[in-house]
Design a protein around this ligand. Structure first.
Ligand SMILES: Nc1ncnc2c1ncn2[C@@H]1O[C@H](COP(=O)(O)OP(=O)(O)OP(=O)(O)O)[C@@H](O)[C@H]1O
Ligand SMILES: [Mg+2]
Length: 263
């Protein structure tokens, strides 16, 4: 079997005496599409930062893309991972044009428009904008885009460098129903693309799990309480444990809904 894309063993993150992650084991293999679900403060973003080589854990071992944390140059490793998050979105200057937001990923920066871009990079960024349904938005300022349009630009940016692992932290947060469904359609298309990298999507809502998701990890208070094939993990009993209230979960044609159980 191919070597895993990511392998975490006994990973813990402790900051200022508080435990953000504890004893997490997690393996991601090529072709897998993961969701990480859990309530606010469960440690999802922290887990993603470790997976993306931007945070070194306090304990445990991590092997990412064949390199072991501690032995590898994490800065170099980070360039091989695509990350989209609202905190990255917040760092993008509002006057930056949508196309530049995407192209600058190739140069590992935000807010720089004076680089001499390689025409091949510009063509790739234009192609990605088109795939996100935003072909006409190349010259629009990032600050004038709607929340849904911004999320799609950030997804295109994360894909720009042809990453070997794609990490998406709450890509559908703050979207209205139509924008959420449009984004989920794009993510489903990506999930079904054999050339797309293994993907991890973080969310609080089972309704935001795209069709094509293969695996799920449930986090609660920094601990992994279940991980494995999506249909085995997104169940009422396990989600009830993760969110700390009795839930009824239904799955239908690859989509999920959850609601509180009747008392
Ligand atoms: N620098 C820090 N020092 C101490 N605790 C921190 C620090 N940064 C984050 N935390 C805490 O770590 C826990 C996990 O945070 P994290 O951002 O990973 O959660 P999350 O699951 O992504 O939450 P959300 O769904 O709200 O985004 C939270 O309780 C948070 O308050
Ligand atoms: Mg978070």
């Amino acid at each position: 079997m191919l070597e895993p894309v990511l392998q975490m063993s006994g990973v813990a993150v402790v900051r200022d005496g508080s435990t953000m992650l504890a004893d997490v084991d997690w393996t991601i293999r090529d072709g897998e599409r993961w969701v990480v679900l859990g309530p606010n403060g469960a440690g999802k973003s922290t887990l993603l930062h470790v997976a993306g080589a931007s945070l070194f854990p306090s304990r445990g071992t991590v092997e990412l893309l064949g390199e072991r944390f501690g032995a590898a140059d994490l800065g170099e490793l980070r360039t091989r991972v695509g990350l989209s998050s609202s905190s990255l979105g917040d760092r993008i200057p509002p006057h930056e044009k949508a196309l530049d937001v995407i192209v600058t990923a190739a140069y590992g920066v935000v807010g720089r428009w004076s680089e001499r871009y390689d025409p091949a990079d510009v063509a790739r960024a234009q192609d990605l904008l088109g795939r996100m349904g935003l072909r006409a938005f190349a010259d629009r300022r990032f600050g004038t885009l709607s929340e849904g349009e911004r999320k799609r630009v950030l997804l295109a940016r994360a894909l720009m460098t042809d990453p070997e692992l794609l990490l998406l932290d709450e890509p559908a947060a703050g979207l209205d129903l139509g924008a959420r469904e449009a984004l989920l359609r794009l993510l489903t298309r990506l999930a079904q693309d054999d050339d797309a990298p293994p993907t991890v999507l973080v969310t609080h809502h089972v309704e935001e799990v795209p069709v094509g998701t293969t695996h799920a990890l449930l986090l609660s208070r920094g601990r992994s309480i279940a991980s494995g094939p999506v249909t085995e993990v997104l169940t009422g009993p396990l989600l009830s444990r993760a969110f700390g209230l009795p839930l009824v979960v239904e799955g239908r044609e690859g989509r999920y809904t959850a609601r509180a159980a009747a008392l």
